[in-house]
Design a protein around this ligand. Structure first.
Ligand code: PLP
Length: 297
């Protein structure tokens, strides 16, 4: 059965969902997206921190002069998961400008919203990752706000391509002053003498998994230099896709055992799967049996 995609209030099959080659977003990256996940739980399934993701998307939409209705997005996400009968999925909402001309002035183009829920395939392979310091710089937030604007991801994809060509799993952005920014799709933490530190940088995305990890560990939040990162006992990355992911090495620096990361990762897994009552408020639970939405499809 082909998956259904919610587009502007209607469900279409993946094969039928098409956009114009003259779409403004295709030419200039005038879109905003989110990456969200849902997980099976003992009582059904749940989306992790859905509201927070959509609020971040709304900030990106505002930056592009688009109006995003949070309740509509939230309902579209849950309906799409139900229609596709998915307990475990990667959820991709995207709002973009399409027809109305290829001028750079915004306002004339049609705005669209879609939600795709795709089968989950682990982003960094679910294993310890080998990271390299990128020769590229991260988009500065003064030129491109640190939000999930589609155009901004050319920077991340090129840095990742460069790292992959040298045989690494992931690229680490460092700024001109030697401060850690983030990876192409994850925020960066270190552990030293049992203490957790969340790297902070104005050009890094305000990650929701990062915020989760800060709340769970009571991490200190501050700028971190590459030298400090290399001198740490453990380094881990956080992201919706990567979850809590241990770093095996940064270039020639190889890290040893990672007990703090391991424990945090296990706690995170219990939380997203609904096994920690204290954090159930982070879950939007949904019922795969609901008939109403299947009729709507
Ligand atoms: C550039 C970048 N940094 C960090 C993250 C991690 O953010 P989150 O934990 O909200 O998924 C992501 C993923 O969305 C990202 O694209």
């Amino acid at each position: 059965m082909s998956l259904k995609i919610w587009i502007d209030g209607q469900f279409q099959s993946t094969e039928d969902a098409k956009v114009s080659v003259l779409s403004h977003a295709l030419h200039y990256g005038t879109g905003v997206f989110e990456g969200i996940r849902s997980y099976p739980t003992a009582s059904g399934a749940a989306v992790f921190r859905l509201r927070e993701h959509l609020l971040r998307m709304q900030r990106g939409a505002d930056a592009l002069g688009m109006h995003l209705v949070l309740d509509e997005c939230e309902q579209a996400v849950v309906q799409t998961l139900r229609v596709n009968q998915q307990a475990e999925a990667y959820i991709r909402p995207l709002a973009w400008y399409a027809d109305g001309g290829l001028g750079l002035d915004l306002g004339k183009q049609t705005a669209h919203l879609m939600v795709a829920t795709i089968a989950w395939a682990s982003h960094l392979g679910g294993h310890k990752v080998r990271v390299t310091v990128s020769p590229m710089r991260r988009n500065t937030a003064r030129a491109m706000p640190a939000l999930k604007l589609t155009g901004g991801y050319t920077n991340a994809t090129m840095a990742k391509l460069e790292a992959a060509r040298r045989g690494f799993d992931e690229a680490l952005f460092v700024d001109d002053a030697g401060l850690v920014v983030e990876c192409t799709g994850e925020n960066v933490f270190l552990v030293k003498d049992g203490k957790v530190v969340a790297s902070e940088h104005p050009d890094a995305l305000g990650g929701i998994t990062r915020q989760t990890a800060i709340e769970l560990t009571g991490a200190e939040v501050r700028p971190v230099s590459l030298a400090e990162l290399k001198a740490a006992d453990e380094v881990f990355l956080t992201g919706t896709s990567a979850e809590i992911c241990a770093v095996e090495a940064i270039d020639e620096r190889v890290y040893g055992d990672n007990p703090v990361t391991r424990d945090l990762s296990a706690l995170y897994q219990r939380i997203v799967h609904g096994e920690e009552p204290k954090y159930r408020h982070w879950l939007t639970e949904y019922d795969l049996e609901s008939k109403a939405d299947r009729v709507a499809a």
